[in-house]
Write a protein that binds this ligand. Structure first.
Ligand code: HEM
Length: 299
């Protein structure tokens, strides 16, 4: 595949790897970036947030090589919800002038990969076992809102997730594999980008596409603010996931065990849980019986 970077440079992103010649040209493009470039501004304004994200308990577990299967499975559930909405909104707004230049579904889309990983860990009925905290729902709500009201802000969210996945995410994948003792790449599709032969070159292309988006001053400030918010939303998800893990004991959270079994009753403040239809029916019967009993007692 060949994609234009700017009028003078072309970047060849191939599955076989990019040539030295191409890399030299792209480096020149990267050096030409200025303080007015969105990619530079966004990196600057989110630097402090990035440092905070790295220091969340969940990310520290990754960095220490101590990430557990329970942590990773729970993280995958939230990533599933987030990427589902992010990619839906990107698809819906793919012709918007603020989205079109940074729309790379073939190279970046994560949803299919996450679904594959979820099926690996939870089994075929993984959809019924998705467990996410309230922070994930807030993140999704924000994505839907800007997809509808300010599609030009989507670049902030796409940058935060995709460039993060293409940066530290690559190392994290290898660490996760070792920490959880996984064989091969099973369950780790999320970290693999088969459509991107060189993450570094691709990031350069992505940055130059970000810089080509035409924004008014007001819109630019909005995008920068949104990028800080995107990091904040991620941090809140990581913190909530960690709290969920702490409040779950093995017998409370069946979905976090290595075997995939139906979800049991969960009582975690702020957590949104998909219960099984059977559980919902039993709860409904219980409420109905209680209501009838109270009625009999009163009369
Ligand atoms: C264990 C945690 C993490 C580590 C070790 C890590 C590490 C890194 C590294 C080494 C880079 C490359 C920096 C560069 O090229 O100058 C990077 C870039 C990036 N990371 Fe992270 N990261 C972590 C977590 C996160 C999280 C949680 C997010 C977002 C939610 C994130 C978003 C980004 C983004 C957007 C970039 C691209 C910056 C740019 O080039 O503009 N990272 N990260």
């Amino acid at each position: 595949m060949t994609v234009d970077i700017d009028q003078t440079t072309e970047l060849h992103v191939t599955r076989d790897g990019a040539t030295m010649e191409t890399e030299k040209k792209t480096q020149t493009t990267a050096e030409q970036m200025t303080d007015r470039d969105l990619s530079e501004q966004i990196k600057k304004v989110t630097m402090e947030s990035h440092a905070r994200a790295e220091k969340t308990e969940l990310m520290l577990s990754f960095q220490r090589g101590q990430v557990t299967l329970a942590q990773y499975k729970l993280l995958l559930c939230s990533l599933y919800e987030v990427y589902q909405v992010l990619e839906e909104e990107m698809d819906r707004n793919s012709n918007h002038p603020g989205v079109a230049p940074i729309y790379f579904p073939a190279e970046l889309a994560r949803l299919d990969a996450i679904e594959k990983d979820l099926e690996h860990f939870y089994g075929q009925d993984w959809r019924e076992k998705i467990v996410v905290p309230a922070a994930t729902k807030r993140y999704c709500h924000r994505l839907r809102q800007i997809g509808k009201e300010n599609p030009e802000f989507l670049v902030a969210h796409a940058y935060t997730r995709y460039l993060g996945d293409l940066s530290g995410g690559q190392v994290l994948g290898r660490i996760a594999q070792k920490s959880m003792g996984l064989k091969g790449s099973e369950g780790l599709s999320f970290f693999a980008f088969p459509g991107v032969s060189s993450p570094n070159l691709f990031k350069q292309l992505y940055r130059s596409r970000m810089n080509s988006v035409e924004l008014t001053e007001e819109e630019r400030n909005g995008v920068l603010e949104e990028a800080v918010r995107a990091f904040e939303l991620n941090i809140q998800v990581f913190d909530d996931l960690q709290k969920m893990l702490l409040s779950f004991s093995d017998n409370k959270l069946q979905t976090c065990s290595t075997q995939s079994r139906p979800v049991k009753t969960l009582q975690i403040p702020g957590a949104i849980i998909n219960t099984t239809p059977l559980l919902r029916m039993v709860l409904g019967l219980f409420v109905a019986l209680a209501t009838v009993s109270v009625g009999i007692y009163v009369f």
